[in-house]
Design a protein around this ligand. Structure first.
Ligand code: MTE
Ligand code: MOS
Length: 769
């Protein structure tokens, strides 16, 4: 199915690149909105409690500002997401310290600051639940009747019985902490009331229709009275999947009460302290192994810290459990996964969506098993790697694109892993102060929504010929740095046989674009791209058919190829020329296509079995680090990555995604550390929350493998989240190799590394006595 393509697969520059590089792109904060006020938030400040009273200090002149509390909400007091458990404003219960209690709008930031300082609260404090251990033990019931927000299990074979046939049982507990997205542009939304009583809400977001639904519910408006428009978005990484619904509703409430446009743009501090993060996890593995390294049975227990409300936890957890055994075949498996509530800010979507946690645990556990068996981690992986015909614990057997071994072999070739592993160990004996280490990991990511999610949302895309020689791609999918604008335009240009400059994708507006679904789950290229391709095919078909009704072509049958309608040798009409001739026929110059279920896949939600994803992307990483044994500083030096992503629509952007996502995973592994105290984040500044800079970026070698997926446009699969899933365990393994320790959690900060080395020293001493 490898088709010959011209635009798809070529190394064209991204369509939004120049404006972003030159700084001319306008983000929400750059936009001047006539008569606009600024909005701010009064927060609870206690992890758990009951609000008795909200007080307005009367020394402030309240005619200069507008205050909104839960009483002013015209619709339901919820931010509608997967579940309606998250109140837009606390009333009267407080469930986490940064929870919004009231909102204020004022004409300028100075007045807003004064007004915010003039609000106080009388809150009866209640004992909070701050850890997942306390949540499970139900020291206090803070959510539902057991604190468990969601629970899933996946069982294959008979794990309990199969443990008896194992030569040994290896156990381990692996922990990951919060991670902050650090999109370049902080969260920001604005609401603009219109004269006809409708409301326009604009801002930085991934999912215009999610925001739309939340507004309809929270405001009690009919859907056509709310219009949501994305503004240029400076990165999302999942953080703008849920939060814009909250902030959009807040801005809307202030706009309705004040009768003016209101803009709310968080500064970095408010963004770091108040917005969602990646779910912390505690994952226990218990594995039955044969002496030769064959895995026979596994019991896995996954716990995610959901924070106070569900946001996306239900689906994040689902992805965690479905990726729990990573790239390995284990015949007997029993996995239990729970998301539990704590009185901490709700955790939400973040690139990888539950997989980075699961994959860290399984990859670390493979290293532990290898260490116990005295095997090289590579040999253990090779022995158990998923192959054609292997099944996942939920029963899926892939008919195509099972590429774990392919990427592993490629990365070994690129990196010289085996020789270096031996060589570094030797060198470290000679130079024990600056040690080198090399580590390996694998990963996979199911593209698009889980199970029947794509069938359920059944997204559609449109294309239309606009004035001049332009085709517009009309979708609700957004550009947020990942390249959707370029990739979708490339797919349309390829299908229509036009050049890339003839196709545009704008920031979506819900009153103009169909619902092609949210910009999440690495689904844009693979699923939205497919409907864009289908819409383009429909467009030329209907144009060809209609052409026969034109007087000059009466009865002629047109075919279409490479941008030209042809009926015999004489009548060869280029696309835009034909569009001009057909302009008077209504509806002929636009077409819409809806998601068509891909045959051969089925998923049973009630038993959690079947084809969880239609295609998976695969990745293998080898990371080399240096560890300074005096300062405990870790420096990633080289990163080799091989990824199998189906057809790379834009190889430049695909490689960029792999590098950027890997770097984000490296930050997660050793630098990024969200501080917590009494249910609040304490890292309020980017000099406390460190992310990798260019100086921390290793030298990357990226290799793309393209095994076309028959269901994707030109064979493409999703790849945006894949690199985030698997960089961390490779880096941690490399640190372990260098320093002779076994980190079980991330981030491996200098302090953690130091404590592991001290423990080693103590154990050695104890052994000598
Ligand atoms: N890359 C950049 N530069 N900026 C982003 O915000 N988001 C990631 C990933 N890559 C992101 C990114 C996340 S969380 C997802 S789900 C995918 O892009 C979504 O885009 P796609 O569907 O086009 O892959
Ligand atoms: Mo990505 S976490 O699915 O927005």
């Amino acid at each position: 199915m490898d088709q010959k393509t011209v635009v798809v697969g070529s190394r064209l520059p991204r369509t939004d690149g120049l404006a972003k590089a030159c700084g001319t792109t306008q983000y929400l904060d750059d936009l001047t909105i006539e008569g606009c006020w600024v909005g701010g938030t009064v927060r609870a400040r206690v992890p758990r409690g009951r609000i008795r009273e909200i007080r307005q200090d009367l020394s402030f002149d309240w005619s200069r500002a507008v205050l909104v509390t839960a009483r002013d909400i015209p619709g339901l007091n919820v931010v509608s997401m997967i579940r309606d458990d998250y109140p837009a404003l606390a009333d009267p219960l407080v469930s986490f310290p940064t929870q919004a209690v009231a909102l204020i709008a004022a004409p300028d930031p100075e007045t807003l600051r004064e007004a915010l300082a003039a609000v106080s609260m009388d809150v009866e404090e209640l004992p909070p639940v701050l850890t997942v251990e306390d949540s499970i033990a139900c020291t206090q019931v803070i959510w539902g009747d057991s604190n468990v927000m969601d629970e899933y299990s996946v069982v294959s074979g008979n794990a309990e019985g199969a443990f008896a046939s194992a030569d040994l049982i290896v156990e381990g507990i692996y922990r990951t902490k919060h991670q902050e997205h650090v999109y370049l542009e902080p969260q920001g939304m604005a609401a603009i009331p219109r004269e006809d009583g409708s409301l326009e809400v604009i801002g930085s977001m991934q999912c215009p229709y999610y925001v739309h639904s939340a507004l309809v519910k929270g405001l009690g408006f009919s859907p056509e009275k709310v219009m949501v428009r994305q503004t240029e978005t400076g990165g999302g990484f999942g953080g703008k999947e849920d939060y814009p619904s909250i902030l959009g509703l807040h801005a809307a409430l202030l706009a309705l009460k004040s009768g003016r446009p209101v803009k709310m743009v968080y500064d970095r501090k408010e963004d770091l302290l108040c917005t969602t993060k990646r779910h912390p996890s505690v994952i226990r593995h218990r594995t039955g192994v044969k002496k030769d390294g064959t895995l026979v049975a596994a019991e896995i227990d996954i716990i995610l810290d959901g924070g106070a409300f569900t946001t996306m936890s239900k689906v994040v957890l689902s992805r965690s459990i479905l990726h729990a055994t990573g790239c390995y075949f284990i015949p007997h498996v029993s996995v239990r996964a729970r998301a539990v509530a704590t009185n901490t800010p709700p955790n939400g979507a973040f690139r990888g969506f539950g997989v980075p946690q699961s994959n860290f645990a399984i990859e670390r556990h493979m290293d532990r098993i290898a260490e116990i068996l005295g095997m090289d981690p590579l040999d253990l992986r090779k022995k158990n790697i998923l192959k054609n015909g292997s099944s996942f614990p939920y029963g899926q057997v892939l008919g195509e694109g099972m590429s774990a071994e392919l990427v592993l072999d490629r990365v070994l070739e690129m990196s010289g892993y085996r020789e270096k592993r031996r060589l570094f160990a030797e060198e470290n004996r000679k130079n024990p102060f600056l040690r080198k280490g090399i580590g390996l990991s694998l990963g996979l990511h199911g593209g698009g929504f889980t199970g029947s999610g794509e069938e359920y949302i059944s997204g559609s895309s449109s294309v239309r010929v606009s004035g001049g020689e332009r085709v517009e791609v009309l979708v609700s999918s957004v550009e947020m740095g990942q390249g959707a604008s370029t990739v979708l335009a490339m797919i349309a240009a390829e299908t229509l046989g036009l050049d890339l400059m003839s196709v545009v994708h704008h920031v979506p507006d819900t009153s103009v674009v169909p619902n092609s679904g949210p910009t999440v789950a690495s689904r844009t290229t693979m699923y939205v791209g497919k409907t864009v391709q289908d819409a383009c095919i429909s467009l030329v078909e209907q144009m060809a058919e209609k052409a026969a009704e034109l007087e000059e072509f009466a009865g002629k049958r047109f075919s279409y190829e490479k941008g030209v309608f042809a009926a015999g040798e004489k009548d060869r009409i280029p696309f835009f020329e034909m569009a001009k001739r057909l302009a008077s026929f209504p509806g002929i110059l636009s077409a819409t296509a809806r998601y068509r279920p891909i045959p051969g896949f089925s998923w049973d939600e009630s038993t959690y079995t079947g084809d969880a994803y239609k295609a998976y992307a695969w990745i293998a990483n080898v990371v080399e680090v240096e560890v300074d044994m005096d300062t405990f500083e870790i420096s990633p030096r080289k990163a080799y990555v091989s990824a199998e992503i189906g057809k790379a629509v834009s190889p430049v952007l695909a490689s960029g995604q792999i590098e950027g996502g890997s770097l984000q995973a490296f930050g997660y592994a050793y630098l990024e550390d969200v501080g917590m105290k009494n249910g609040s984040y304490t890292t309020a500044h980017l000099n406390q929350y460190l992310i990798p800079t260019t100086l921390d970026t290793p030298d990357f070698s990226v290799d793309l493998q393209e095994v076309p997926f028959s269901g994707g446009p030109y064979g493409a699969k999703g790849l945006g989240e894949l690199p985030m899933d698997s960089g961390a365990p490779a880096l941690v393994a490399a640190v372990g190799h260098a320093a002779g320790v076994f980190p079980e959690g991330i981030p491996v900060t200098g302090e953690y590394l130091h404590s592991l080395l001290r423990k080693n020293k103590k154990e050695r001493k104890a052994g000598e006595q």
